[in-house]
Write a protein that binds this ligand. Sequence first.
Ligand code: GDP
Length: 410
Amino acid sequence: TGLEKVGEGGEEEVGGVEEERREGEEMGMMKGTFKPPICQRCHGLKNFGRAPTHLTSSDPSKSLLTPLHFSAILTKALTPSVLRSNVVVILVDLFDFTTKGALSTLDNIIGDDKGANVILGVNKSDLFPRNTLTPLRAESWVRRELRIAGINCIKGEKGDVRLISALTGFGVQSLISKISGLMNEHNLDGVYVVGGANVGKSTLLNKMVGGKRGEGKATESQLPGTTLDILKLKLKDGKFLYDTPGLLVPGSITTLLSTSELKLVCPKKRVTAKTFRVSPGGCVMLGGLARVDLHKDAKPFLLTFYVGNEVDLHPTRTDKSEDVLKRQVGKMLKPPIVEGDDDESRLERIGMLGGMEEHIYTIHGKGWKEAAADLTIRGLGWFSVTGSGDAKIKVTVPKGVEVNMREESL
Ligand code: GDP
């Protein structure tokens, strides 16, 4: 087909030794009986209500939609007959993985339509520490998360889950071959690439067709009959590539950050896992954006953080943390970045986060050899919790930022 990879970056090795899977084991449950595991505050949280200004303004070539518009536009585009005659590639960011948002919306639209050709591209594999992630492990972890969330659209013979890095090119060629294979075998018309904002869709499309969105070698035209920005690109062999607008990310901490702060939070390079042994009454501060406290009645636990290397992690005691924050935000504790080196500027930047809220989890340790759970902070990363006995953990984040517990540590 006319799909071919153009541009830098060959296939890069990720991961190393495959880790043992921990399928079917009892999981540390959080307080209460929620299922899926999500804290009470997040449970009711559907929409952050604030547009991420960096996403809407910095790159006018990108079109981003609110959840409602995203759903409406893709429902209109992905009709049953379109699903039968095209491949759909749903792209997700493994570093900021969630089965909510774009994935659940698309699952509602596609359902378990047996005729659909859906591939899940799991992007940003290059960010993961070596030796912790093999394609096999990542793919089976993702499939398990899909099962837990009841996502059915990527199933069956044609449904595939592929670990890739649009940035380095890892897995991209084989993803393209898979798409081409499906198109040839079933005589399909083209491929739709869909997903949330910031998952790497533009980067992948550039690899697929070369050039920038709208500047590719392929000819483009707005999809007739739509007012929205679905770009239709004609490929060399007469097949089509559809570039769909991204979904704004509700509940992500990125919505509260400036462009320069985002650079600290969104990792560009492989992330180094950082482990702290936290004693009861102790905490770890994630810059001035979030704090993780271990309750004073707990035993010590190991917390291993997977966040951008430029996010300052600072262990201290919970009772000192407020004071440390006021003095060090923007200095030892970045992000946020604070203009000016006075208390007033520091307080002002803290205030601009819009107030904080707490999410409390009780995690049943599985001993020192394996993590009992991951707690994710949307847009920032996650940490795993390892130890024995029960850990009562409090995660303090700006209001509206989603915190989730994952049943199995990634
Ligand atoms: P889009 O909003 O989905 O079109 O996302 P972009 O392609 O603009 O990518 C968003 C950000 O993620 C950019 O900073 C990219 O450089 C980065 N990015 C995209 N793909 C990858 C990847 O595979 N690995 C890493 N580390 N970063 C990526």
